[in-house]
Write a protein that binds this ligand. Sequence first.
Ligand code: PGA
Length: 312
Amino acid sequence: MNQATLHQLKVFEAAARHGSFTRAAEELFLTQPTVSMQIKQLTKSVGLPLFEQVGKRLYLTEAGRELFTTCRQIFDTIAQFEMKVADLKGLKQGQLRLAVITTAKYFIPRLLGPFCQLYPGIDISLHVTNHEGILERMSSNMDDLYIMSQVPEHLDVNYQPFLENPLVVIAPANHPLAMEKNIPIQRLADEPFIMREPGSGTRRAVQKLLDEHGIVVKVKLELGSNEAIKQAIAGGLGISILSRHTLVTDGKDLTILDVEHFPIQRDWYMVYLAGKQLSIVARTYFEYLLEAAKEFAEKTAKSNFFHAEKNH
Ligand code: PGA
């Protein structure tokens, strides 16, 4: 590997990530023959093939996979170094990679605006996916910080709760039960129900409560998006159980039903891999988010939906 250059590793990393020389070339503003040439030289230094082509698709060989992991570590270390230098220079700059569960998208992007204004040198990439998706990203160490509602059990992580994430029963505003108080949970079995997709943390929490009470709901529709579910409820297709935060945007056609045992109390956690040394940028964001979450909670506590729940 003595002959290998950092540039070759960058080219290889991009090609491995995209599974395509052409797309790596596009990303790095290189020509396709340059990419091929760099990878050819790198392959020579390693002494084993890094890719294999099956049909039109490009796959990593075992050596390729090992090198890909090594590249990630090398570039992570370099990024850390760059951030440390920036910090020594008194600058907060660098990259922040965040991955958040679907319900957190209702407030994380709002908080990113002020954060970016405060630290214009920080570039952010934000990934939104469900619980299962976050676990996958986490086990391949793809991001700096994760925001999720259930701390993973099988991964060694550090975590901190920072905001409540209650799950509530949502129905169309004109639903016959809208005015009733303390509706028995068994009533849920009589309503057409819209369920999140398998792999969703919301779904898992809902299922757990229903199982505890021996309730089987009539699932009419399964949807992989909170927004789509809100639209379906407003369209009269059924009721559902979602994070109350999903109502911060246009929830006027919807209402929260006062069902016993609700809300399901959950929290949002900021999570990162235990072995990971948080970058200065990630730590800055961590602290910022703790503060911002406090303000967010105070502000939303004054909004109608939050009052509605308190009056129950
Ligand atoms: P989900 O995330 O998108 O996986 O349902 C929400 C949660 O876990 O609370």
